[in-house]
Design a protein around this ligand. Structure first.
Ligand SMILES: Cc1ncc(COP(=O)(O)O)c(C=O)c1O
Length: 385
């Protein structure tokens, strides 16, 4: 029998050789990499609200939500969230990963087709995998390709016995781009599939009062025809947790079958209290949203003018593409040494190495200028090696 630890060592050696070794490090420097897009994780009003809380016990929720773990603040937050994004009902779970993974496992099965954008998040792909459904990848953002796969599925199964599910992010976390939501909704009308839309990186920034990209691009009836919308509390809300917005019966169904919900301790009660407060703050932050988007446009323009290659980002997530893992690590290390917290993202998270620059509403114009200046300097150093 192979020795387990020898096997582990070999795997690590191979990861090192490919410049793909990762380690956890304490953060420092100006934030150009987190998902705290609205700066709520360190918002002073959030701190005040937290300090004003009289009911701190229990720290932990002590059980799953179906046993003793369901605090009134959780029900309250779910209702507030569902109202905010104009959905019928919402289900709070411990993380966004749990939400996607558990949702897809719950609604898909081996006799389903699940059509997924090739670049969807790991939590989506793993949920499809665990469900045993027949996974059909379409090329990133390519809704013509999705259409041709839907047509093919129709030929294979003309009576529609097999359920069809389509799942996509509304804003892709590693590319900063979005599918054409209008076209997606018209395909839904034509083919009648179940639609799962992950708003993780768009919520808080886009649409009226930060309600998400669907509120920017779709009308209310289209929004309400989306079967499941997935959100995370870990990004624009500055906390942690996941939330699924769906019909009332959709929520009842998940409460009864979703294993990552049923068999896991409920989130901390304080999280849902803070989440209600964060949601009310977020709704008022139009100025911050404007600042964030104008900084993002400025950075994209400036990077292009200075000859850097970036993705077709339409958002505050601006990935700068590089040739090799070694180059990405060199650039990130250089920037970090100068107090700019930019991280290298490498395979298997993405197919090509990059710096994932994500902006937040706390950044200032001079931070953006400084980032571009340092990028020009690190490029010079790299080219002279
Ligand atoms: C698109 C997308 N969905 C879901 C998640 C998971 O959310 P969480 O970090 O709350 O587990 C992520 C995490 O980065 C994500 O990028």
């Amino acid at each position: 029998m192979a020795n387990h630890w020898e096997e582990v060592q070999k795997k690590l050696d191979s990861i090192h050789e490919k410049q793909l070794f990762r380690e956890t490090r304490i953060y420092q420097g100006i934030d150009f990499c987190s998902n705290d897009y609205m700066g709520l994780a360190t918002n002073p009003s959030m701190l005040e609200f937290f300090q004003s809380q009289k009911e701190i016990y229990p720290f932990g929720s002590t059980a799953s939500r179906l046993v003793r773990g369901n605090a009134s603040s959780m029900d309250r937050f779910e209702n507030e969230f569902a109202n905010f994004v104009e959905g019928e009902a919402a289900l709070l779970v411990s993380t966004g990963f749990t939400a996607n993974f558990g949702l897809l496992d719950s609604i898909a099965a081996p006799d389903c087709y699940v059509f997924t954008d090739r670049l969807n998040h790991a939590s989506i792909l793993d949920g499809i995998r665990i469900s045993g459904a027949q996974k059909k990848y379409y090329n990133h953002l390519d809704l013509n390709h999705l259409r041709s796969l839907l047509e093919k599925a129709h030929l294979e199964d003309p009576t529609g016995k097999k359920k069809r599910i389509v799942v996509t992010e509304s804003l892709f976390s590693m590319d900063g781009d979005s599918p054409d939501l209008k076209t997606l909704l018209s395909l839904k009308k034509e083919f009648g599939f179940v639609l799962v839309l992950d708003e993780a990186h768009a919520f808080g920034i886009y649409g009226t009062r930060g309600k998400g990209l669907v509120f920017q691009d779709l009308d209310l009836s289209e929004i309400q025809s989306i079967d499941y919308r997935v959100y995370t509390l870990g990004k624009s809300l500055g906390l942690e947790g996941g939330i699924i917005v769906t019909k009332k019966i959709g929520r009842d169904h998940l409460v009864n079958v979703m294993r990552s919900f049923i068999f896991s301790t409920a989130p901390l009660p304080m999280v849902s209290k803070l989440a209600s407060f964060a949601l009310s703050l977020l709704a008022t932050m139009d100025k911050e949203r404007e600042n964030l988007l104008s900084l993002a446009n400025l950075l994209k323009e400036s990077l292009k003018q200075n000859g850097f290659e970036i993705t077709n980002s339409t958002s505050h997530i601006i990935p700068l593409l590089l040739d090799t893992e070694k180059q990405a690590l060199f650039y990130a290390g250089y920037l970090q040494d100068r107090g700019l917290d930019v991280r290298a993202i490498r395979p298997p998270t993405v197919s090509t190495p990059r710096l994932r620059i994500s902006l937040n509403a706390k950044l200032k114009l001079e931070d953006i200028h400084r980032l571009v200046e340092e990028l020009i300097l690190v490029r010079k150093q790299w080219n002279s090696l």
